[in-house]
Design a protein around this ligand. Structure first.
Ligand code: PHB
Length: 390
């Protein structure tokens, strides 16, 4: 073969290879992107899991069912909020189903294991609720993002709020990562505002035997109380608190305590003040549109969990748009997600260096079936995440 001819053959086969490669990637992008939803659909956090899942799907439906030009296929696992099953459940989605994105979960202990699996397998993970500090702290990773909060954030904001009126407080929480970290955040904010936490009372997750703790609280007589119990259990907690006659004598604070449950709590919750990064009574065009379309799609009012699910999908879409659906371009996707400025129903949402939300914390007052926004307690609150080296 002459030199010129062989060069020509080489050029032709290179072109053929390039075409074939383009064909393969075009084919990959015409297949649906696989999203693993690892959320609780049973137990005390079942409604929270549903809110996240509904919110995520609502955003995708608003994009015509496609992200980065690709259809979406969901694979769902009920994680039961059980940390002992988390490794197996996460691996089912990652190794068996080969999902492109893992979304989950509500419970901090389960989510920490998901983050470990995501790190080990370099799978993209978006945490749409669980606040475990280590996920965007000591365990932080380029492929792990959170669309919700770190437990420290709402605890800290609640501490600042309670310190405006009170000097002493007792905390009540479930004894697991979320309870411990939420109380730590509360203490920091409360002390910053000049208050002092005089006692921490705890019970095991997901227990609802609140009576002995309420009796002890009444005997200590602090000026205020802060509680972290969540999901279905917070309905019983707030009702037990009122029934014990404590509602007016020891005002109760808690970031999530009235979120999504006002209808079930009724008068027991009325007038309660909370600090959170969302309020259904928040007035902005995005929230108005979100509440209208969520209510139309699901026949129920959205809550903060639905917002966090919606924003998890928005965040993923920022990455998918940047690479036109080519999920193999992971570094480019991650960069676009890091730089995302989302128009969230909660207000402007961006991400810190550790991939945790930077967001405003609102003061809310429970009136009827709404958490009415009355003030902003901290603007653009960043979890300092000193242990994250990204
Ligand atoms: C958590 O486990 O991190 C958690 C669960 C429920 C909440 C908030 C945090 O409402």
């Amino acid at each position: 073969m002459s030199k010129a001819l062989s060069r020509n053959v080489w050029a032709q086969s290179a072109a053929a290879l390039a075409l074939a490669a383009a064909g393969v990637s075009a084919q990959a992008q015409s297949t649906p992107v696989k999203i693993g939803l690892m959320l609780p659909s049973s137990g005390t956090f079942a409604d929270l899991g549903k809110g996240v899942s509904n919110g995520f799907k609502l955003y995708v439906n608003e994009q015509g069912g496609k992200l980065g030009g690709r259809a979406v296929e969901y694979l769902a696992v009920d994680d039961e909020s059980d940390p002992s099953k988390a490794n197996e459940n996460a691996n089912k989605l990652v190794k068996r189903d080969k999902v492109d994105l893992l979304v989950g979960t509500i419970h901090s202990g389960v989510a920490s294991t998901m983050a470990k699996v995501a790190r080990e397998t370099n799978t993209l993970l978006i945490v749409p609720n669980a606040g475990a500090g280590e996920i965007t702290g000591s365990m932080c990773s380029p492929n792990v993002f959170r669309s919700s909060f770190s437990n420290w954030q709402p605890g800290y904001a609640s501490g600042l709020l309670a310190a405006k009126k009170h000097k002493t407080a007792v905390t009540i929480s479930w004894k697991y990562a979320a309870g411990d970290e939420s109380v730590r955040g509360f203490r920091e904010g409360f002390e910053k505002g000049g208050g002092k936490v005089v006692k921490d009372l705890t019970l095991p997750f997901p227990g609802v035997e609140f009576q002995p703790l309420l009796t002890e609280l009444a005997s200590i007589k602090p000026e205020a109380a802060y509680a972290f119990v969540a999901g279905a259990a917070q309905v019983k907690f707030v009702k037990d608190y009122a029934a014990a006659g404590l509602k007016t004598s020891i005002p109760l604070y808690g970031a999530f305590l009235t979120e999504g449950t006002l209808a079930a709590q009724g008068d027991a919750a009325s007038g309660m003040q909370t600090a959170l990064h969302y309020a259904d009574g928040l007035k902005n065009p995005k929230n108005d549109a979100f509440i209208a379309s969520y209510t139309k799609a699901f026949g129920a009012k959205p809550d903060v969990f639905a917002v966090q699910g919606y924003d998890a999908a928005q965040l993923y879409d920022a990455g998918m748009r940047a690479v036109k659906g080519d999920t193999k371009k992971k570094a480019e996707m991650i960069k676009a997600m890091e730089n995302a400025k989302l128009d969230s129903p909660r207000g402007p949402l961006s991400f810190s260096k550790s991939h945790n939300p930077v967001q405003d914390y609102y003061v809310r007052v429970a009136r009827g079936n709404q958490n009415v926004m009355t003030d902003v307690i901290v603007k653009g609150l960043v979890d300092p995440s000193p242990d994250c080296k990204l």
